[in-house]
Ligand binder design. Structure first.
Ligand code: X8Z
Ligand code: ZN
Length: 604
């Protein structure tokens, strides 16, 4: 199973098996607790088999995109989803019974865990999984070709977005990449109809409501939680936005970057303007210490992709986790294949739901991918920590926990840590802290509104509030409102800009990343406290601290067997998600930004 999808499967198979005498006869009479237990145990066995088949074909499709692997994957996914939906429907028979807590939780997870529910009708289900595989592979194969026939893929276009300072070149890369999603628009419309039908057959209002129900609370409460957390961090984001807009105005001129409006989205160093670390050199305080340029350190040390992964592994083993299995090193994809198409967007997999863990990346030797490697290994370490749980609990406490683990560990990649592992000669003095914090904030604080709005858009699309003829307008309304960014060229409903972001065609929910950006600071603060570290959070590294490692391991091993507040309490002592940790971490920067902005008119 991929870290961004959840366990579940089929029915058609069972109908066939029944004919062949392979399925238990349909239950008769009133349900009993013993029957529920048998049902769950058989369900877990079926799901394990179907999910492993889905993961194997999914891996081959994602690392070797062809028409054939698309079809094979779509078929396996169809069988998996069919089984999951069938079991979820049959599980309602046991709804009113007195059962042990974990049995009740398993029944609930049967109904909730799919990220792509599908209609009962086999033809419609097949259509849905073919559309899903098609959009995913179209994104993976995507490239922009100029009139002269020169073609560039997302990796190449992203390098332009990160390093070019020529607005014209940036604009071309930005608009060029968005040509890949035009054909997805009608597919996404049909996809929405079919997935919604699947969600409704399971008793949810629509697919968005189903996703929001995966957080141990009613869907409306999750919406309110995300809003509450956003209001906590919004002032910090607005200060960062104001400061960065001012500095970009100095670089590109105030005509190009009006000082009372949103920032043109192509000037922020990233294809989606979701994290801005790549323009640190443009916005660093004049004469300020240079922070730490990890990209240069890695290049200077001659580290290759495998070497970066070794650094990540070593961090986890220093905390007491076992080394990655040999098969991880043999089977992972670290580099972009040169002779065939692959989905380069990073992901972590557990193919057999036990020890066959792998990552799939197209690693570039830079600071960004150094962090992404830690992020992905966090998924793998989590998957391995809960692999002793019953199948239905082999998952994160919620999706955001899964996303937060590796990031929390990467917050321990401090200058002192880089000195310890021999990449840096000497840690900069405390006077360099504002530079370090600004660097971090450009990635982590800048991300927050983007993390929130991707699913706000999808929730509106799935509920019908944003109809197909307003897909793109709805997207840009949210981009402007939350992020304060604007497209560099006029957009229309001929475009489908949400489709140019991986998680939309890949149907991966995104609220998990918003919440993970809050949670990772809670985890980091708790691990630093467990390790007895004093001093500012941004200088704390829990590298090689066994107590912090044990604390983390305890939380991870629980998997999805308990409601997430229990897992949060195990590591932080609190049951609430709370932005005070991220605000603590950036407190010195917040004060500095307010000083810098005092003569500026903030907002857009
Ligand atoms: O998709 C990812 C991970 C894989 S789960 C690389 N992330 C989001 C993104 O790239 O948009 C991590 C941060 C947000
Ligand atoms: Zn992830």
């Amino acid at each position: 199973m991929r870290a961004d999808s959840l366990p579940l499967r089929p029915i058609i198979l069972c109908v066939l098996a029944l004919v062949a005498g392979g399925c238990p006869p349909p239950a008769e009479g009133p349900p009993t607790a013993a029957e529920a237990e048998r049902f769950l145990s058989e369900a877990e066995q079926t799901l394990l088999e179907r999910s492993n088949e889905e993961a194997r074909t999914g891996w081959v499709q994602a690392t070797f995109i062809t028409q054939d692997t698309d079809i094979l994957y779509a078929q396996a996914n169809e069988r998996y989803i069919g089984a999951a939906v069938d079991l979820a429907k049959r599980s309602t028979r046991y709804a009113g019974l007195e059962l042990a807590e974990d049995q009740k939780r398993k029944l609930e997870r049967l109904r909730l865990s799919l990220s792509l529910p599908a209609p009962d009708d086999a033809e419609l289900r097949g259509e849905l999984t073919r559309i899903a595989a098609g959009m995913d592979s179209a994104y993976g194969r995507g490239e922009y070709c100029t009139a002269e026939g020169e073609c560039r893929d997302l990796g190449e276009l992203s390098r332009v977005m990160a390093s070019s300072r020529d607005p014209e070149e940036l604009r071309e890369a930005w608009t060029g990449w968005r040509t890949i999603s035009h054909p997805m628009r009608p597919q996404y419309e049909r996809f929405t109809e079919l997935a919604n039908q699947g969600a409704r057959e399971l008793g949810f209002d629509d697919l968005g409501a189903m996703w929001r129900s995966q957080y141990d609370m009613p869907p409306d409460e999750l919406t309110a939680e995300t809003e509450r957390l956003w209001q906590q961090v919004r002032p910090l984001y607005e200060q960062l936005h104001c400061y960065v807009r001012g500095r970009l105005g100095d670089v590109y001129g105030e005509e190009a970057v009006p000082q009372d409006g949103p920032i043109p989205a192509h000037l922020l160093g990233n294809m989606w303007a979701q994290s801005w670390g790549n323009i640190y050199d443009l916005v660093a305080a004049p004469g300020d210490a240079q922070g730490v340029d990890l990209t240069t350190l890695l290049e200077r040390a001659g580290v290759d992709s495998r070497g970066i992964v070794r650094y990540g592994e070593q961090f986890f083993t220093s905390l007491g986790f076992p080394p990655l299995p040999e098969t991880f090193w043999e089977r992972s994809q670290f580099d972009q294949p040169q002779d065939h198409d692959a989905v380069c967007h990073a992901s972590a997999w557990n193919i057999d739901s036990e020890d066959d863990i792998r990552i799939k990346m197209c690693i570039q030797i830079n600071a960004e991918d150094f962090n992404v490697v830690h992020h992905e290994l966090g998924h793998n370490i989590y998957q391995r920590a809960y692999n002793q749980q019953p199948f239905l609990f082999r998952d994160g406490a919620n999706g955001a926990f899964h996303e937060a683990v590796g990031d929390a560990v990467a917050l321990s990649v401090t200058p002192e840590y880089l000195v310890q592992i021999g990449l840096l000669d000497e840690a900069p003095p405390a006077a360099g802290d504002l530079g370090l914090l600004l660097q971090q904030a450009l990635d982590k604080v800048a991300f927050l509104p983007f993390g929130l709005l991707v699913d706000k858009w999808r929730w509106n699309v799935f509920s019908g509030e944003t109809p197909p003829e307003e897909y793109n307008a709805g997207w840009w309304e949210l981009r402007q409102r939350y992020q304060g960014v604007t497209p560099p060229v006029a957009r229309s409903e001929a475009d489908f800009d949400p489709g140019a972001k991986y998680h939309v065609p890949a149907n991966t929910s995104y609220t998990r990343y918003f919440l993970a950006h809050i949670l990772q600071y809670q985890f980091h603060r708790a691990l630093c406290a467990a390790a007895g570290r004093q001093g500012p959070l941004h200088r704390c590294s829990v590298y090689a601290d066994a107590t912090a490692g044990e604390r983390l391991q305890e939380m991870l091993a629980v998997g999805a067997s308990r409601p997430w507040p229990d897992a949060l309490e195990a590591i932080t002592g609190t049951r609430e998600m709370d932005a005070s940790a991220i605000l603590d971490y950036f407190a010195p920067l917040a004060t500095w930004l307010e000083e810098q902005n005092c003569a500026r008119q903030c907002g857009w």
